[in-house]
Structure formats: structure tokens, C-alpha cells
Design a protein around this ligand. Sequence first.
Ligand code: FES
Ligand SMILES: [Fe+2]
Length: 390
Amino acid sequence: MPHDLSPSLAPPDDLFAPRHYEGVRRPLLDAETLPPWCYTSEAFYRREVERIFRKIWNFIGRSDRVPEPGDFFTLEFAGVPLVVVRGHDGQVRAFSNSCRHRGSIVAEGEGNCRAFKCPYHSWAYGLDGALLGAPDMDATRGFDPRTHGLLPVRLETWGGFMFVNFDPAAESLAGYLGDLPRTLAPYAFDDMVCTRRVTYEVGCNWKTFVENAKEAYHIGTVHRNTIHKYASARSSGYWVQETQGQYVSTFAKHEGSMALLQGDAGFPKLASLTPETAAGTTAPLVYPSTYLGCTIDSAWYLEVHPLGAQRMRLIHGAMFPRAVLDRPDFQALAANYYKRWDITIEEDNVACDLQQRGLNSPFARAGRFSHREPLVHAIDNWILDRVLDA
Ligand code: FES
Ligand SMILES: [Fe+2]
């Protein structure tokens, strides 16, 4: 077949017509990758926000970030400003961070407070969102403070991981996760603490990053001087696990901890591991964008906030069992893990940046998959299932 050497045209007008994606729908070894516009088009991104991020359970970090009543933090997820706060009753809740008077942001940053006071006209809200005070509103006819609290957003947790859902009709988090909590039970996440969060702004589409996180094909190239030389190079097996729920997962069998570079000292194995989980690393991706690395002595998460077609925020969270935090050598040993994570994240971010630049070329076009990229194909098809026109 002759090669088509002309530059690709702009994305088609009927961007979500299934016929443009037939190549992606084929079985892995016959399939094509997503067309480049999926990673660059604002219209494609807006459809993902509407059909995916505003509908599904989105990971927003660990509940140990707000340990005490009154502890709060704010964030904007897929264009929705949120405030997350632990109430006097110990419950963590999320609210739309938009004042019920004339819409101002109510809370900024993070900290501890007894109530939220809107910076515009001083309406005050309790930790449960209730409107506590609204100055000079007593003459306003029919105004009921009880129906003017901050709007709650569904927040549910599993194992200390917090997820929000903007769709009141969505299934529960437990239903969404399926058998993931059972698969990961040996890691005892309720007993883990996030000891460090590092935030990156990455100039790529969120899918660029997520696809990278779920294939090991790039490790021999991108991480050739780091993890390729260590745990992963000695992997005696790497396979896709059976899953039931909105996630995919791999298991890598190897010696030592996946979270340390060779020769570095670390913590003992988690006491709760089964013989199977003690043999390597479980790495699920909760659809569509939450990666968890669960290895023999620690765990880490990648929290992805899509910011636009070609921009995302990445938060890397480091997790250790509560018990090791009391060790006098905790900081010294934890630094070995942080070093390994910092190096490989940077390597992946560079790869994603290069890929994103190349995808912007008018000559970029759909490619083909290796047999080592089954989950990239699965993720891309999960997305198409939700964004394409029926
Ligand atoms: S907008 Fe919040 S008090 Fe006016
Ligand atoms: Fe990587």
C-alpha cells in the first residue's frame, strides 16, 4: 500500500462519529492507536469532561490529608472548584466551592477553620455546608437560609483514598471499583499514610500520561539508566490481571522493592502481604486516570487532574505503613524512595512532553500497537465507549 505523505487535515467536523475510530476498535494486534486529534482537540477534551470526568468517580487524594475536624483543602477538578473538609463528626465531605449568594469562591488554599466565610459579602458556612450567617438578608422576601448551604458533591472513600462524583445518579464508589478493594486488601491501605505529595504541571493530554503509566514497553528506553537496571529488569513475569470493576491491573514478579533503586536500603516487607503479593508489584489503573503502585514495602499513587486538551496536573503521593513512620531512621530511608520516584517521574514527564509535541504535527497520524501495550488499547477503547456518538 502506498504511503499517504500529505499532512493530515484538521479533526473532522463529525468528531465523534464511530467511523473515525474503527481502527482503534479492532483487536490489539490489528488495531491502530487513537487519532492524534484525540490528544490535541479542545472539542474532544470537552466531550471527555462532559461524558467521563463529570460522570465517574474521580480520585482526589488521601483522607489523611485532613486528619482533624476543620481541616480542609481546595482544588479544581475538571473545571469544578471544590472544598474538601472534615466535619466535627469526623466525616470528610466535599462541596461546590461557590457561594450561594453571588457565586464567589468561598475557600482558598488549605488549612484548618471553624467555618468558611465568603470573602465577598461574608456569608458564613459551617463545616457541614450549612449557611450559618448571611448579613442584611433579613428583609429579603422568601429567603430561606436552610436551602442556601454550600452544595454537596458526592465523596466516598475506600482504604483512605477519596473519590468525588459530580453525577447524583452514578453508582456507588464500591460498585465502580468492583473487586479492586479485595485484590488490594493485602496492602492494608487503611493503615498507610501519605508522607509526601509532589505536584507537577505537565504539558500533555491526560491520556498521554495515563497510557505511559500502563505500559512497560517504554521502560527499556525511557528508564534504561534507572528502573530498567533494577527491579523491572529482573522481572521474571509481567502479566495483566483478571479484574471485575472499572479498572485494569498488572502484576510484575521481581525481587526486592519496585520503589527503590538498586543497592538502596529500605523498610521491611509489609506484614499483611500474601505469598502472591509478596512476590512483586501490583499496579492497577482505576479508569480512567488513577494509577496505584503497590509494592512489597510501600505504595504510591498518581493523581491526574486534567486541565485542558494539552495540560494536566500530576500529584505523586508516597505511602508507607503507619508503623514505619515512628522509626528513627524513617526520613533517611524514605529519602531513598523519594529519590527513585522523583527520577522516574521526571523521565516519564519528558517522554510525555516529547510525545505531545510530536502529536501536534500536521503529519502525525494513528500508529500501531505492540503486543506489550494491551492496556493502552483497553484504556483507549474504554474512553471511546463513553465519548463516541451512539
Ligand atoms: S458572593 Fe459570597 S457573600 Fe456574596
Ligand atoms: Fe515510565
